[in-house]
Structure formats: structure tokens, C-alpha cells
Design a protein around this ligand. Structure first.
Ligand code: ADP
Length: 455
């Protein structure tokens, strides 16, 4: 078997005469100086002087060694001044220490960056040790679970997240799926998606995501689908009922008046469905299209048109008052503004009993905004119902709304249009005392002297 060659160690640097002179020069100079001094003062004492010199050199070496030993205790302090062989011995140590310090500093910077990134994560992150005690958590996790990283350090996660579902989830062997957890933190109910994962040696990572809004949206979506189905099912049932009756009736069993009456009722139901579908389409368009900056709109003209429609709907049952600044315009989307203006006016007619007064105003306010408002002396709305009026399909009086051809979507559409124009939509009302519905448009959209050609 061929002998295994020894692994060559690091090559020793060859000493040049200059290196030797630098290393031993000071000692030689010192020895020569002592000897010369001894010879010059008294030839006979030259060796004694030389010996004294050497003793001094040894003492100086000891002193330097003590200084180096002190420096070794705290290498952060500057290296003691050294010459000759001392410099040769200490300089590489010092260089190595400096290199290590720079590398450590660099690594610390990288760790700090990683920690900053972990803190900024939009998801919560919690590191647990092998006994499921908290080692570290980021800011988002603290918000999600109401944690205090200092106070709760080393606390068991089961004390922090006191939930039987989480306890049985955390005790699983592996975590292929996440867990949906409802947690109370800071007085708020939160829906958290929790995912555990093993990492390192026997450590665990818990990732939390706040899905409260997603859950709310999902509930709203489900409610909406249920409401739409319900709203459409009623007229559809009536319609198919009549059709069934007419189909099964023997020829000539229905008089011409009965037939006309049935057809009229069926037509009304079909119109109702059409109105609902149209409003749903309007809402969907408003939600899916981006809000445009718009063009100059002559709002006064839209109010006049809406007033005419309202008068036709009222059929002479109400008194109408119009306070409109004809020159006041607005930058916006004309079709949307027309829809909002008309919604509020037709509602006023529908919810104001015979003889009531309906006032439509369009003017600027003291703070430079433009305000469109519709005031009526109608049935009014109870305080507890006001915040819910802009919800889809919310009606105070279902029968009255349907009886007057309402879809339950008019105010939801109006609110959407207001939002798209950065307008503030407000409702003031008292049960039995009438209502005021107002839209306040921001000063940035107001056109004070709109030329007639812009209409
Ligand atoms: P609807 O088609 O049912 O009128 P809206 O969204 O326009 O739907 O209005 C929602 C509810 O707000 C109505 O059902 C009604 O109860 C109430 N409401 C709206 N406008 C008025 C008003 N001017 N006076 C009293 N109640 C009103």
C-alpha cells in the first residue's frame, strides 16, 4: 500500500535579512550600546554594565508582557506599542482579531436585517422551543394574539392561545392544513388562520393570519346571494302560479276581465324582477369599474329632470319646492349623479303621505362644498334603522317598499355613487317627522360658474 503523504501544513514564510534586522536589531543595538557605554566609562566594568543592561532589557520585556496580558483581557482596547519580536508575535493576532470583529459585525448586521424583515411581515410569526414555549414573536403576532414579547417569553403557547381547538391542533404529529380560530384580543373578535410548522431541531413556527375581513366579506356574499334569491323567488313564484292556473284552466273558463287582471298582476311581478335585476347590474357596474375623475356636469339640469319624474310619480299628491343654484356645477359622472339625485327624490315621494312637501336643494356650503339635499315631511325613520338603510335589501317596512315598487337597493346605489365622488352621504330623520338625505361633494369637484355650453 502506498504511504499516505502527510498533509502539508501552511508554508512558513522565509525570513529575509530585513525581517531579521527588524526582529533582532533593537536587541543588538541595546546590547552594543550597553557594551560601548561600559567600555567608554571604565573598561574593567564593561561586562557588569552589559549585564545590567541585559537585566534592564529583561525587566522591560516583563513589563511589556504584563501590558500584553492586560490587553488580552480586553482586546477591544488598542494594542500596546510593541517593537521587535513582540510586534511579530502580536501583529498577526491583532490582525486576526480585527478580521473576526469585522466578520462578526457583518453577520450581526445580516441577522438584524433578517429580524427587521421578520418584524415587518404582514403575517404573525411565533417561534416555539421543543416544549412549546415562546422564544420569539414578531409585531404582527403580538397584535393578533395580544402578546407582550418580554412578559410572555418562555410562556407555554397553550397559556397564550387558550383554545381547545388549538390545543388539539398543536398536538398533532404534523400540520398539513391550517386551523381557523376565533380569538378575542383587545376587545375585538378576530378570525385567525393558524398554521404550524416544525423547524430547526425540535422547534416550531406558528404563523397567524388575520382573516376577519375575508370572513366578513364571505358572510356578506352569502347573505347577498340568499337575499337576491329570496327577492327574485317571490315574484317568480307568483308569476309561475298564475301561468300554471291559466294553463290548467279549460278554454273559456276565464272571463276577459279575469284574464286582463291576471295578466296585469303577472306584468307587475315581471316588472319587479326587472327592476331588481337592473339595480343589481347597476351595483355590479359601480363595484367593478374604476371611479373616473369625470367631466363637468350641470347638476341643476339633472335635478330639474328628476323633479319632473317625481311629480309624475306623485300624481299631484305632494307639494314640490326647488332651491337650485343653476350655475353651480360638479366634476363627476353624469349618469351616476343622475341616478343618485333621482333615487333620493323618488324615495321622498314614496315615503311621504299625500299632502306632504318635498324640497330639493342644490347649493354651496360655507366650507366651499356643494350640497344636494332632499327634504320631506314623510313617515321618517327611527334612529336605530338609520345606520342600516344603505345595506343591500334593508327596508324598514318591507310591505310599503314593495307596494311602491322599491327594490331595497336604491340607497346602497346612492352610497356607492357618493363614495365614487368622495362625497359624504348623510341621513337625518325622526320617526313620523320626515327626513333629510344629503350629499356633500368636496370643494375640489365644485365648479362655481359652469358655462351653459358644458351642460
Ligand atoms: P327601497 O327600494 O325599499 O326604497 P332604498 O334603498 O331606496 O330601498 O331605501 C331603503 C329603505 O330606507 C326603504 O325601504 C325605506 O324603509 C327607507 N327610506 C328611504 N327613503 C326614505 C324616506 N325618504 N323616508 C322614509 N324612509 C325612507
Amino acid at each position: 500500500m502506498a504511504p499516505v503523504p502527510n498533509k502539508p501544513g501552511p508554508a512558513r514564510p522565509r525570513l529575509t535579512p530585513a525581517d531579521l534586522a527588524r526582529r533582532w536589531g533593537p536587541v543588538a543595538v541595546w546590547a552594543a550600546l550597553c557594551f560601548a557605554l561600559g567600555t567608554w566609562t571604565r573598561p574593567l566594568l564593561s561586562w557588569q554594565v552589559f549585564a545590567c543592561g541585559l537585566l534592564l532589557a529583561v525587566l522591560a520585556g516583563g513589563l511589556r508582557l504584563a501590558r500584553v496580558a492586560r490587553w488580552a483581557q480586553d482586546t477591544e482596547t488598542p494594542l500596546p506599542l510593541s517593537i521587535g519580536p513582540w510586534d511579530d508575535a502580536l501583529a498577526p493576532v491583532y490582525r486576526k482579531l480585527r478580521k473576526n470583529a469585522i466578520e462578526m459585525n457583518h453577520m450581526q448586521q445580516q441577522i438584524d436585517q433578517i429580524m427587521l424583515a421578520a418584524q415587518a411581515l404582514p403575517d404573525g410569526a411565533i417561534a416555539l422551543n421543543e416544549t412549546m414555549q415562546l422564544i420569539w414573536s414578531n409585531r404582527t403576532a403580538c397584535e393578533h394574539l395580544g402578546l407582550d414579547p418580554e412578559r410572555d417569553k418562555n410562556s407555554s403557547i397553550f397559556h397564550i392561545l387558550r383554545s381547545p381547538e388549538f390545543a388539539s391542533y398543536a398536538r398533532q404529529e404534523s400540520w398539513p392544513a391550517s386551523l381557523l380560530l376565533h380569538h378575542q384580543s383587545g376587545g375585538h373578535d378576530k378570525a385567525l388562520q393558524v398554521q404550524m410548522a416544525p423547524y430547526g431541531v425540535g422547534q416550531f413556527l406558528v404563523v397567524t393570519r388575520d382573516v376577519t375581513q375575508v370572513e366578513k366579506l364571505e358572510t356578506t356574499r352569502k347573505d347577498f346571494v340568499a337575499n337576491v334569491s329570496h327577492e327574485l323567488r317571490t315574484p317568480l313564484t307568483v308569476l309561475s302560479g298564475f301561468l300554471e292556473t291559466m294553463r290548467e284552466m279549460p278554454e273559456g273558463a276565464l272571463s276577459a276581465e279575469q284574464k286582463a287582471h291576471y295578466l296585469k298582476l303577472m306584468y307587475e311581478q315581471a316588472r319587479r324582477m326587472e327592476a331588481i335585476v337592473n339595480d343589481l347590474l347597476t351595483l355590479s357596474t359601480l363595484e367593478s369599474s374604476p371611479a373616473a375623475e369625470g367631466t363637468p356636469v350641470r347638476v341643476a339640469l339633472l335635478v330639474h329632470n328628476a323633479m319632473q319624474q317625481a311629480r309624475a310619480l306623485s300624481n299631484g299628491d305632494h307639494i314640490f319646492v326647488e332651491n337650485v343654484d343653476d350655475k353651480l356645477g360638479l366634476r363627476g359622472t353624469e349618469t351616476e349623479l343622475a341616478s343618485a339625485i333621482s333615487n333620493l327624490l323618488t324615495n321622498a315621494v314614496r315615503y311621504t303621505p299625500k299632502g306632504g312637501t318635498i324640497t330639493a336643494s342644490w347649493h354651496t356650503t360655507d366650507d366651499g362644498r356643494a350640497c344636494y339635499s332632499v327634504q320631506d315631511t314623510g313617515i321618517g325613520i327611527a334612529q336605530e334603522d338609520i345606520p342600516r338603510l344603505t345595506e343591500r335589501f334593508y327596508r324598514v317596512d318591507r310591505g310599503r317598499s314593495r307596494g311602491t315598487g322599491g327594490t331595497g337597493l336604491g340607497l346602497a346605489i346612492t352610497k356607492h355613487i357618493a363614495m365614487r365622488h368622495q362625497a359624504e352621504f348623510s341621513i337625518r330623520s325622526r320617526h313620523g317627522e320626515g327626513s333629510v338625505f344629503s350629499l356633500h361633494f368636496p370643494a375640489t369637484r365644485v365648479l362655481r360658474h359652469l358655462p351653459v355650453s358644458a351642460a
